[in-house]
Design a protein around this ligand. Structure first.
Ligand code: ASP
Length: 415
C-alpha cells in the first residue's frame, strides 16, 4: 500500500474513532481520558514536533542551494516580485469570494443565528505591532536567534543573502555550494524517514481533535460553518485550477492528485509550517518544480500566503456585522479586502493564529472584537480546512512561477 493511502486510511479511522468516542460512551472508567489526552496526545505531539524539527534546517539549506544555483544566471528580484504579486492577488481574490458568498448566504442574519448570544460574548484582542517594527523585524539582527525562534521571514532573508554571496564567491563559493547540495539531499532523506511516522501521528491527532470537538457548537453555527466551507471549496477547485490551467497549461486533475498528501498533512496538522517539508518534497519530486524556485516559493508561501485564512476572515466579518446588525457599507468591505489580505500575510503558519489576526480586520472597520468569541468554538475544524487550502495555494503559485521561469519539468508533473 502506498504511503498516501495509508495516511488516508489513518485519517478516516482517526475521524471516525474520535467522533464516536465523542458522542458515545464507549470506554468505561474514564479510560478515554488516558487514551485521548494521554496516549494519543503524546503520539500526536511527537509527530508534529518531528515535522517542525525539519523546517528550519530545510528552509535554510534548501533556499541557500536554490539561490546559489540561480545566482549567476537567474534574476532573483524578478522571481520574488512575481511570487509576492501572485500570493497577494490570490489572497485578494479569495477574500472577495468569501465576502460575496457570505453576502449571498447571510450567515449571521436574524433567522439563522440566535443573536441573544452576542450579549454573552467576550474576547480580548492583542494589540498589533506597529508597521515600522514589522518591517525592521524582517531583517535578522542575529541569524542564530532567528533560527532558534523559528522566525521564518528572517531565516528566508538570511538564506537568500547567503545563497547570493555563495554564487558571487567564485571557487570558494562553489565548494560551499557543493556541501550544501549534499546537505540538502541528506535533509530530504530525513523527511522521507520521518514521513513514515505520519499514519500513526495523523490517526492520533485527528482522533483527539474529533473527540474534543464540540459538535453542538457546529450545529449552532452551522450556516457560518458551511459558508466558510463553500468559499474554501470554490477557491480550491475553481480559482486555483483555472489559474493553473490558464497560466501554465498543466492539468488541474493531475495537480489535485499530486496535492493529496499535502492537503492531508495541512488538514491534520492545521499548520502550514509543519506541512512545509511535505509541500517542498511533493512540489519538487512529484510536480517537477526545480529547487531554485520551490525552495523560495514554498517557505515564503507557508509564511505569508494564507488564502484560506483570508476566506475565514471575510466570512467572519460579514457574520459578525450581521449578528451585531452593523452596516459597514461598501467602503467598509473594501477596507476588509485590504486589511484581511495584510492580516493573512501577518498570520503565522501555526494553528489558530488566523483568529487572532481577525481582530485587526474587525477593529479596522469598527466591528466589535468580542464577536470573535461567537465563532471560536468551531474554529479548530475550520482551521484544519483553511490550512489545507493555504498549502494548496503555495503549491499552485510555485507551479505558476516555475513555469514562467522555465523551471518545471512537465514530464515529471505528468508522470
Ligand atoms: N493554521 C493556519 C496555517 O497554518 C493559519 C490560521 O489561519 O490560523 O496555515
Amino acid at each position: 500500500m502506498t504511503l498516501t493511502n495509508k495516511i488516508f486510511i489513518a485519517m478516516a479511522l482517526g475521524i471516525v474513532f474520535g467522533s464516536l468516542a465523542n458522542v458515545l460512551p464507549i470506554f468505561p472508567f474514564g479510560l478515554e481520558e488516558v487514551i485521548f489526552f494521554g496516549l494519543f496526545d503524546l503520539v500526536g505531539q511527537i509527530f508534529i514536533a518531528s515535522l517542525k524539527l525539519l523546517v528550519v534546517p530545510m528552509v535554510f539549506v534548501s533556499l541557500t542551494c536554490g539561490t546559489a544555483s540561480l545566482g549567476s544566471h537567474g534574476n532573483m528580484g524578478v522571481m520574488a516580485a512575481k511570487t509576492i504579486s501572485l500570493y497577494l492577488l490570490t489572497t485578494a481574490i479569495a477574500i472577495t469570494i468569501a465576502l460575496s458568498v457570505a453576502m449571498l448566504i447571510q450567515p449571521g442574519s436574524g433567522d439563522k443565528f440566535n443573536s441573544q448570544l452576542t450579549t454573552q460574548a467576550s474576547y480580548q484582542a492583542n494589540n498589533a505591532p506597529p508597521l515600522k517594527e514589522v518591517l525592521v523585524n524582517i531583517v535578522p539582527s542575529n541569524p542564530i536567534k532567528a533560527m532558534a525562534e523559528g522566525n521564518m521571514l528572517q531565516v528566508i532573508v538570511f538564506a537568500l543573502l547567503f545563497g547570493i554571496a555563495i554564487s558571487r564567491s567564485g571557487e570558494f563559493g562553489a565548494k560551499v555550494a557543493k556541501s550544501f547540495e549534499s546537505l540538502n539531499h541528506v535533509i530530504m532523506e530525513m523527511i522521507m524517514i520521518l514521513i513514515q511516522l505520519a499514519p500513526y501521528g495523523i490517526f492520533c491527532l485527528l482522533a483527539k481533535i474529533f473527540y474534543t470537538t464540540g459538535f453542538e457548537l457546529i450545529q449552532q453555527l452551522f450556516i457560518y460553518f458551511i459558508t466558510v466551507v463553500l468559499a474554501l471549496f470554490f477557491h480550491g477547485t475553481v480559482v486555483y485550477t483555472s489559474i493553473l490551467k490558464i497560466l501554465t497549461g498543466l492539468s488541474p486533475i493531475k495537480f489535485l492528485k499530486h496535492m493529496r498528501p499535502i492537503v492531508m498533512f495541512g488538514f491534520s496538522t492545521a499548520s502550514s509550517n509543519a506541512t512545509m517539508p511535505i509541500t517542498l518534497e511533493t512540489v519538487e519530486e512529484k510536480m517537477g518544480v526545480k529547487n531554485s524556485v520551490a525552495s523560495f516559493t514554498v517557505p515564503l508561501g507557508a509564511t505569508i500566503n494564507m488564502d484560506g485564512t483570508a476566506i475565514m476572515q471575510g466570512v467572519a466579518t460579514v457574520f459578525i456585522a450581521q449578528v451585531y446588525q452593523i452596516d459597514i457599507g461598501l467602503a467598509g468591505y473594501l477596507t476588509v479586502i485590504l486589511t484581511a489580505t495584510l492580516a493573512s500575510i501577518g498570520t503565522a503558519g501555526v494553528p489558530g493564529v488566523g483568529l487572532v489576526t481577525l481582530a485587526l480586520v474587525l477593529q479596522q472597520v469598527g466591528l466589535p472584537v468580542e464577536g470573535i468569541a461567537l465563532i471560536i468554538g468551531v474554529d479548530r475544524l475550520l482551521d484544519m480546512l483553511r490550512t489545507a487550502l493555504n498549502v494548496t495555494g503555495d503549491s499552485v503559485v510555485s507551479c505558476v512561477v516555475a513555469k514562467s521561469e522555465d523551471a518545471i519539468d512537465a514530464n515529471v508533473f505528468n508522470r
